[in-house]
Design a protein around this ligand. Structure first.
Ligand code: DX5
Ligand code: ZN
Length: 214
């Protein structure tokens, strides 16, 4: 399992220490949640903070933009040296174009679905994306309860990927913990995002190892 701890649950008063823990850990990626207060009812951090994080972090950056018009920020995300740029299906009118612009900027492209957006809408884009990020809570806040129906969506998406020959990874985000992570692995997930479960743990590096072993 690929593990992408979400910095949203870190202690922002000690970002250098928290990123040091991530660097020492076996975490595969670092998940960065950008919010604009419009697409989601919260604001997290913006590019000045992300630049500092990118300087400190030695792991590939998995950037999750919970913002309207994410295509406006492709160059800024690329300048961070991000590995993956995830945009929401619901925020992109011209998703096909946005995916190509992300690829042209040298990044992998991920498309993200809110819990109420059906997997079948990905039919015409699944072969073009490197990853699908399924939200397993409503985006905007850490520490929320996992939405059970997400397991069915993972299975549907796994079927679509196999049927179409797509190379897309399946990532899930929200409510990942000791109970839900094995269920998600069983349903066919490739990448687990975990915020409060990792950063709220007494031994975060051990939690990361446990998730990776799934
Ligand atoms: C929520 C963010 C998540 C968040 C997950 O909108 O996209 O990445 O950090 O938090 P947990 O793992 O605590 O549910
Ligand atoms: Zn996220």
């Amino acid at each position: 399992m690929i593990v992408s701890p979400s910095l949203l649950a870190a202690d922002f008063g000690n970002l250098e220490r928290e990123i040091g823990m991530i660097n020492r850990s076996h975490a595969d990626w670092l998940h960065l949640d950008v919010m604009d207060g419009v697409f989601v009812p919260n604001i997290s951090f913006g590019f000045p903070v992300l630049e500092a994080v990118a300087r400190l972090c030695q792991k590939p950056l998995d950037v999750h933009l919970m913002i309207e018009r994410p295509e406006k920020f492709v160059n800024e995300v690329a300048k961070l040296g991000a590995m993956m740029m995830n945009v929401h299906y619901e925020a992109c009118v011209h998703l096909n174009r946005t995916i190509h612009v992300i690829h042209d900027a040298g990044m992998k492209a991920g498309v993200t679905l809110n819990p109420s957006t059906p997997v079948c809408l990905l039919e015409d884009v699944i072969r073009d994306v490197d990853m699908v990020l399924l939200m397993t809570v409503n985006p905007g806040f850490g520490g929320q309860k996992f939405i059970e129906h997400s397991l069915d969506k993972v299975r549907q998406l796994r079927q679509m990927i196999e049927r179409t020959g797509s190379k897309a990874l399946i990532e899930v985000d929200g409510g990942v913990n000791a109970k839900t992570a094995p269920q998600l692995a069983e349903a066919g997930v490739d990448v687990l995002v975990a915020g409060s479960y990792v950063f709220g743990a007494e031994q975060p590096e051990q939690v990361i190892d446990q998730l990776r072993a799934l």
